[in-house]
Design a protein. Structure first.
Length: 647
């Protein structure tokens, strides 16, 4: 799918998800939980399905009153050993109860010791069911559906011993091969749902690093075959019965319940993105079969039991859960498409680093002036930018954007050579997010005439992109003050302003501009709501430079020791000269210093390095008080004036 189709599908999913909570509340039971259909008592499996659908999106209250009600709901669920007249301690009911309780615990008041004992008992019941690998409800044979249900309930509680995992793994790969054979042989026993659930189970219990080439090929084939079984209307033929409800009849698999589980398998993400056109057909089928009861209530029927004419809560919850998982998959697809269109390698999401010490470990600190006070740049960055992002960043993967109080955009400004780009890289590394560096050449791929179209395309994609640190580098001329900018820059600045505001409002990525000329920026660009922080980045401090002991081309020069060996003390003048050097300039000086044979030569080299350093170079012109003449403005002069911009 190209970006336009991905965007349209994602916007559709989000529009439907807007009715998620209100639609499930249609089935809410006054005493807690959810009925199977409207105005019926609390159903165990239906309640569990609704709970998992809502908590997956963090839609569950945290008030003290809600916590108390949630605890009562947990206690009610734990008291149930069966449902719908099924046998006591059957794997279907037990797994649903345990999974729902696991999802609700963080929203409830602390459980009692008696509750914990009931949980432990249900864990043992499910563990026993896995001793043969596949899970069944006699007289029906083991099924991938029940096995996966039990497996995920135990995995979510970290209660799956390796011995049981090994048994499940052996059963799942064998059953997956069997189901593939039945479909390819066009057997009467063919069942696309059984194939897909066995694939899910095999994937869940086999780490990616342990997948053999043959197993990887089987996974690829299984995904393709499953979607090849999709009917022209976007649905699949009814599965074989899983077990029997004494009061309702046979139980079957439901497309959207299956697709929900399939779409959250990270190890199948690459294969599923390839199938987005087919998944889109399933979206069309869901929209076509919805019951629109009110403007905010949209529900679905499974169609499994014709005697039940009403739409059901569990099938409705499954559809909404599917749309949520689809949105998560589409977020990944959009990110990849953005990088592809910019002709960059495919992005990968890594592990977020944990501690403050992990942030920019090789960074040489500098000073930043805030309200007239000199502060550590690294400390200021951590406290006012990186740490707030760190605390909220894991939620982005779950579809929870940054809240309004979390800073997620910044302008790094200062003289050339102060490692502003490296700082953006350090932030991306810390978060485990890919860095997307965009420079003006990407807007000029089709020439000056196409610059506006390219800018619109890139910024439109950024509005839909998540978990990326975006760096706009060398964009000074394209965001200049509109009062004195040339026509292309003026047009681009004007068009970028609302897009920057939209990206900021979406709150799903970190956005940084690195510039040497912040004073030329259009004031509207620097306004809050587009950029949360303006941070001046200056050369490293003298202390940081002298602490580092591996300067120079060969990484073997200790400046402090070398100066001392030549009889040079750190006087005010020496400190001033060293302080002005950027990281690169200090490295060049260290290489020259290593060749110095006496004190005078070393001091001469330092003076030369200082006089030619960036801070002493001309940065532009400034008007005198008479406004008739101009005098030279150095970077040092400009930086002193701009220091007050940091916030």
């Amino acid at each position: 799918m190209d970006f336009a189709k991905l965007e349209a599908l994602r916007l559709l999913s989000r529009k439907l998800l807007a009715d998620h909570e209100s639609s499930l509340n249609y089935y809410a039971f006054e005493g807690g939980g959810f009925g199977h259909v409207n105005n019926t008592k609390c159903s165990v499996s239906s309640t569990a399905t609704c709970v998992l659908s809502l908590t997956a999106r963090s839609i569950w209250g945290n008030s003290e009153e809600t916590k108390a009600k949630t605890k009562k709901l947990i206690e009610h669920m734990l008291s149930k050993r069966n449902s719908a007249r099924l046998p006591l301690d059957n794997p279907f009911t037990t797994a649903w109860v345990l999974e729902a309780v696991t999802a609700l615990e963080k929203y409830a008041k602390p459980l009692s010791e008696a509750d914990e004992l009931l949980i432990a008992k249900k864990v043992r019941v499910l563990q026993k069911r896995l001793k043969s690998g596949g899970v069944s409800m006699k007289p029906y044979p083991p099924s991938g559906y029940l096995t996966q249900l039990v497996l995920r309930a135990l995995q979510n509680r970290n209660e799956l011993p390796d011995k049981l995992k090994d048994k499940v793994r052996a059963w799942a790969w064998a059953d997956l091969s069997k189901q593939l054979t039945l479909i390819q042989a066009d057997s009467k026993s063919r069942d696309a749902f059984a194939l897909a659930y066995s694939l899910i189970v095999a994937t869940m219990v086999t780490p990616r690093k342990s997948i053999s080439p043959e197993q990887s090929s089987i996974q690829h084939t299984a995904v393709q075959v499953f979607f090849d079984c999709q009917l022209p209307d976007g649905t699949w033929s009814l599965s074989r019965p899983l077990f029997h409800y004494p009061a309702f009849g046979n139980a079957y698999c439901y497309e959207y319940e299956l697709l929900t589980e399939l779409l959250q398998q990270d190890d199948l993400k690459d294969l599923l993105i390839e199938q987005l056109p087919k998944i889109s057909d399933a979206v069309d089928a869901a929209i076509r079969t919805a019951y629109k009861l009110t403007t905010k209530v949209q529900v679905w029927a499974s169609g499994h039991h014709p005697q039940l004419a009403e739409p059901e809560s569990w099938s409705t919850a499954s559809v909404y859960h599917f749309f949520y998982r689809l949105d998560r998959l589409l977020a990944e697809a959009v990110r990849r498409e953005l990088f592809r269109q910019l002709e960059l390698p495919a992005p990968t999401i890594g592990q977020q680093l944990a501690d403050k010490e992990d942030f920019a470990p090789k960074m040489l600190d500098s000073l930043v002036t805030v309200h007239g006070n000199p502060l550590s740049l690294k400390e200021f960055l951590w406290a006012n930018f990186v740490d707030p992002i760190r605390r909220k960043a894991p939620g982005i993967a779950d579809g929870v954007p940054f809240d309004s109080g979390t800073p997620r955009s910044a302008i790094f400004f200062g003289p050339p050579g102060t490692s502003k780009t490296t700082l953006a890289e350090d932030i991306a590394t810390f978060l485990g997010w890919p860095l997307l560096s965009i420079d003006p050449s990407m807007l000029l791929r089709t020439g000056m005439d196409g610059i506006q179209v390219e800018a619109n395309s890139i910024f439109r994609m950024l509005e839909q992109t998540e978990q990326v640190v975006v760096l706009l580098d060398e964009f000074d001329e394209l965001v200049r003050d509109r009062s004195d900018a040339e026509q292309p820059s003026r047009l681009l600045t004007t068009s970028m302003l609302p897009k920057l505001a939209q990206i900021h409002k979406a709150g799903t990525l970190v956005f940084i501009i690195a510039t040497n000329n912040v004073s030329r920026f259009d004031l509207a660009i620097r306004r809050r709501g587009r950029f949360d922080r303006l941070i001046q980045v200056m050369p490293p401090t003298v202390g940081a430079k002298l602490t580092k002991n591996n300067w120079g081309e060969n990484k073997n020069v200790d400046i402090a020791k070398t100066l001392s060996s030549l009889g040079i003390s750190i006087t005010d003048r020496v400190e001033k000269c060293l302080d002005a050097l950027t990281f690169g300039e200090c490295g060049s000086f260290a290489s020259d210093l290593a060749k110095a044979t006496d004190r005078d030569r070393a001091l001469s080299l330092l003076e030369d390095a200082y006089k030619s350093c960036t801070l002493q170079l001309r940065a532009g012109t400034k008007e005198t008080t008479s406004k008739e003449n101009t005098n030279v403005e150095t970077w040092e002069d400009r930086c002193k004036v701009e220091a007050k911009l940091t916030n």
